[in-house]
Design a protein around this ligand. Structure first.
Ligand code: GLN
Length: 283
């Protein structure tokens, strides 16, 4: 039945509330934004025709969500730093906590820095930095060819391609063919989950790429590699900003401090009060 304008708004609320016991309102809104190809605000101000087909399509999306697929994988989009990113099963879904890394860099007053974004995934960090710092020279790397393709698409989507070069390879190996790979900032949200914990993660998280999650036996493999290799790629006084997992701060500090060339500048907590990012300087 096609409803009259006056009733239509009520019906969008009907859809929003239809799964309210099992899907959060935010997620229901995200599915509807996807279904109607509109912004969240539109859901509340525009008139929508809700017919049987629309409701069935919505039911299909909702049932995928109920089967443990994340909303971002269903819609193919995830928001990061107020920008819309393309996401697929080949990339980690950008998390709000990771915005800390970007905000720290943006707030530090760098002028035209050279930045290396390791494990770029969807390119969320590199692209949002390039958007806000058009003078920055950014290199973004990832071991996954498919992830890099998505990151490049996101750079194009946000008109940030001019400021970012993409290289494929494991951490610093990716820089083999880069010209003068010396940086003012290395930023990385590395895989930091302990291998043994992976089977116990939520189903949604387990459907993300394993290589983007698995930090090895103690979750710290990537921090060890970065501490070991980064010096060659940094200018004196440059910075390393890393995301980290719950309870990892002390071990990460020990890894870096054992080289006697780094100092810990700052540790930043996330919205839940968890130590989430660490800023390390090369002395
Ligand atoms: N840089 C991406 C992010 O922060 C991907 C990180 C990863 O794959 N571990 O979301």
């Amino acid at each position: 039945m096609i409803l009259k304008t006056a009733d239509s708004k009520k019906d969008i609320f009907y859809l929003i509330n239809k799964y309210s016991r099992v899907i959060s309102r935010v997620e229901a809104e995200m599915l509807l934004e996807f279904l109607f190809n509109c912004e969240k605000l539109d859901l509340y101000v525009r008139d929508f025709i809700i017919n049987k087909t629309i409701e069935e399509l919505y039911d299909m999306l909702a049932s995928r969500r109920l089967n443990g697929e994340s909303v971002q994988h269903i819609t193919g989009r995830a928001e990061f730093m107020g920008l819309d990113f393309i996401v697929t099963k080949d990339v980690l879904i950008p998390r709000p906590e990771t915005e800390i890394l970007v905000n720290e860099i943006l707030g530090a007053g760098f002028i035209a820095p050279k930045i290396l974004d390791l494990c770029t995934g969807s390119g969320n960090i590199a692209v949002s930095l390039a958007k806000s710092m058009p003078q920055a020279e950014i290199i973004a790397t990832d071991i996954s060819e498919n992830a890099l393709k998505i990151a490049e698409k996101n750079a194009v989507l946000h008109q940030a391609s001019a400021g970012i070069k993409f290289y494929k390879g494991n951490l610093f190996n990716a820089l083999m063919f880069a010209k003068n790979p010396k940086f003012d900032i290395i930023v990385c949200n590395p895989p930091y989950i302990k291998e043994a914990e992976i089977p116990f993660l939520q189903k949604e998280v387990r459907s993300e790429p394993l290589i983007a999650l698995n930090g090895g036996k103690d979750g710290l493999d990537f921090y060890r590699d970065i501490a070991k290799e980064s010096r060659k790629f940094l200018r004196k006084g440059s910075s390393i900003l890393l995301e980290m997992g719950f309870g990892q701060r002390e071990a990460i500090e020990d890894i870096f401090l054992s080289y006697n060339i780094f100092s810990i500048y700052r540790v930043i907590r996330d919205f839940s009060g968890i130590e989430r990012a660490i800023w390390i300087n090369l002395l």
